[in-house]
Design a protein around this ligand. Sequence first.
Ligand code: ZN
Length: 961
Amino acid sequence: MRAMQTLVAIIGFGSIPFAALGETAAEPDLEYPVPILAGANYDPDIPTLESLLGFSVGKRIAAPAEIEAVINAYAKASSRVAVFEYARSYEGRGLYYVAISTPDNIARLDEIRGGWAKIADPREIESDDADELLQQLPAVAWMAYSIHGNETSGADAALALAYHLAAARDPQVEALLRDTVVLIDPMMNPDGRHRTSEQLAQHRGRQRNIDDQSLLHTGYWPWGRTNHYLFDLNRDWIYGVNPESRGRIAAAGGWNPLLFVDAHEMGAQDTYLFSPPRDPHNPNFPPSLGPWVERFAEDQARAFDANHWPYYTGEWNEGWYPGYSNAWAGLRGAVGMLYEQASVDEDGILRADGSVLTYSQAIHHQFVSSLANLQTLHANADQLKRNFLEIRRAAVGANGPYARRSFAILADGNQGRIERFVDLMQLQGIEVYRLTQPLMTRATDQLGRTSSVRLPVGTLLVPNRQPEANLVATLLEFDPRMPEETLKKERRELLMRNDSRIYDVTSWNISMMFGLEALELPIALPQQVEPVSTTIAAPVAVDGTALAYVFDGRDDRSVAAAARLAVRGLTARVGEKEFTLDGTAFARGSVVVTRYDNRDEQELAGAINAVAAQLKIAPTAITSGWGPGDAPDLGGGYFVRLTAPTIAVLARGGIRPYDYGNVWKLLDQDIGIRHSQIDEALLAETDLRRYNVLVLPDRWQGELDSAAVERINDWVAAGGTLIAIGQSAAQLAQPDQGVDAVRALPQALEELQTFELAVLREAMADQDTRLGDSVWSHGVTTDYRFPWPADADWPEIEELQKRDDWLKLFMPQGAFVAARVDTEHWLSFGSPATLPVLYGNAPVLFSAPPAETPVRLGAYRPAADAQSSAAGEDEAVRRAGWLALPDEQGLDLRMSGLLWPEAAQRMAHGAYLVRETVGDGQIILFAAPPSFRGATLGTMRLLANALVYGPGFGSSQAIRP
Ligand SMILES: [Zn+2]
């Protein structure tokens, strides 16, 4: 998650030791002396890059439309080349892979891909047949460039590589193409590259600009690294949230490449880095690939040595996070190679040693790297092919490492989320089954507790033993652990340098991301199952004549349904409690549209049918408003009337682009309603009365100025719903900034007694069971015990601050922690009682009444088996972190990933989601971003509830006469 923490990370530039710029006595030679494409004998019938682009390679970057034109021109001119579109970006740009091989191979591409699909699933192929097939199949390389749109040199090198392979007539290239199909993905993020290209065009000058601090080179908010919704596509390979990734996962996965290259850029003052990564390595990475990555790297190093170019490997990139391009490819059995070229852009960069690195040099490095890797593939193709087959045989073997393990996903009625899970598995080529008979088995849950369970019919099962076994294990196993040596090194780095060696989140478990309860089973796939596929039938249209229509609140899509109905002018209500109508039980949070509220039959039917069709969700028609017993009746007070949300989101300025992008995509694509985006710099002139919901995403720089905060608070007091995330939440938790009953560490240390009592009160509300004896006793007890510890003294504030400073050193890079959920609060509609929360180096908040805390960090378990209850009975106060534990309770926090004990101390009982009434409005704070990479569906539901239900539930809107 560090990649999200620093400005440097998103711009892509490292720290810059810089020589005096003003003293450039003589203009350095900015033309690269050796043209990239020299020395080969090129077919004159293939148009040169210069003739197609109108400028020489490296003069400036090729824009997405130019790249598209060039590859299509090659396909037209050469029988070695074929172009395939595999996706469209959000902005409508094509994503392509260019297949280059001999004309014979190009003519049988389908057959080659089909052959590799057979090898990739050796369950269906006899051993001899596999050997014979391997002989005939050319090796496949997937060469991918510039997934970060502002890391431009890769795509330009891809064009040079494509030209070289299409046009070169030397025997080496011809032999390579005979034995290899080279698939070039020249621009993996056309929308981001377009943004970069526009920014460059706007800042290009007559004089060359070689200062890497200048706008031409830095770019500006939101930069070109990410895609349209500001998602980092080089983290999306395991989640498949964006269309670029989805198309690519299917295309690259379908080809089963043996080599997978992923070309990036890094800081302008750096040199060149390539694989292998340093530790920690993902434990599910096929072990046989390690030496191969080393082998490719050695050859690449030799190619650099021959040119006298500096390079290095294994210094900062690690191999733990599986959602990078090359990591994902490795888990599927390819040799994954990462390139990181010093970022130059167009005009070149003056470096600390006084030299200038030109853009054509940068392209040349990427080009030479690509050719070197292709040659290593060619030279070792037979062994690599065989190795791939062996990896796949181990994956499906009855005695393979993954043979006796399966994962169960418990069906909880959240059909929308279950379908997204199945869809993701199928996108990744992973087989999913459903139980057709109940199953008794041992099982381990997401907190590591093992017991015997009875799994009901309908439970989803994913056997680990299947062709994509390595990927299955990576995505679904709960708690992969780093070796002791890695922990030691990481801890030393934290202690000695206040820095981390971990480059991304340390946990990504899909069931936890999705907020789905899951179990690990020590068994192979049982017999009583059927395969699952996502074939969502369109819901049957309704005629609008029923008394009411209900969308069940367990399903995430019900929130989008409520929002879309509301903006269509319908009146929708939401059941605060669970209810039963017409004999059907509905979860709390279910959305009800009644004839009483909506008199026009046709309008009602039209809106419901449109929304149901868009969301592929079926409403239940209701004929009576009678709820049996004391269950809510339709006309009663438990069905809260929604106010249509009119939403604004703060953007630019100090707002973290990733978090803004997550909120934006959730609103625009998933919930699917209109909303406004406000420039932070213009906030003072903005008429906030137009909105009833305002979102302040996480910040990475500075605070909102005090005038802005004052304006926002006035708007809240008048009935607004303010949602603040991460650092924005921490700012509002300061005295006189917004909320009164919430404080972030370290300020929270001054009121620990208040927060401790709040936590104990919540626990008593849920856990007191033996009330009768004391209540009905006539006597006044002489040994009444207060819920807080008798000896409740904390150390002096200076000591507490010292402790907080210490514990803070160890905050996670991104780990899953267990949170306890108030399952009667409207903000937690659709949430289980224990919710996995992804937490990085975010603020830690504490809260007390009158603030409400629907989600708090830490899940209780009986002290007898609680790991955190190690303290002896005679100890006066049992505290988990800052605050006391209720009697007989322990607290679980870490679910998955690296969470140091110090961080657990600091975070225990922290408020993750908190709500406070302010005047007629409310402030809702998320301590950490609820949407991470658009894939944390569990916590995203909380945000969706806040956005859509906020104006109806927590604030009081004026009746407009
Ligand atoms: Zn990159």
